[in-house]
Design a protein around this ligand. Structure first.
Ligand code: FES
Length: 94
């Protein structure tokens, strides 16, 4: 049996490079917002070190790079609540 979930998951890299770029505060900003049906997860390296803090929204596979804590409310409002995917869906390559 296959279970299909409509729930989204936001992964915020907490690995060394992204942490130096402020990923701890970005994770805290996502966690501070209660978003119905959205799971917020700290993540290991997402493979785009240096472009961080990196955020990946699944199952959309949309990437956000250089995320600031002040950008989190906008990402949540536009992408997670309104469905406007304004990040990159090409794997986050610059
Ligand atoms: S350290 Fe964050 S993507 Fe590698």
């Amino acid at each position: 049996m296959t279970i299909i979930s409509n729930h989204k998951c936001v992964r915020i890299c907490q690995n060394r490079t992204c942490r130096k770029q402020g990923a701890v505060d970005v994770l805290a900003a996502f966690e501070a917002l209660s978003i119905p049906g959205v799971k917020i997860m700290a993540s290991g390296c997402l493979g785009h070190c240096g472009n961080g803090p990196m955020v990946l929204v699944l199952p959309d596979t949309v990437w956000y790079s250089g995320v600031l804590p002040s950008s989190v409310t906008l990402i949540v409002a536009r992408h997670l609540l309104d469905g406007r995917k304004e990040g990159r869906s090409d794997g986050g390559k610059e």
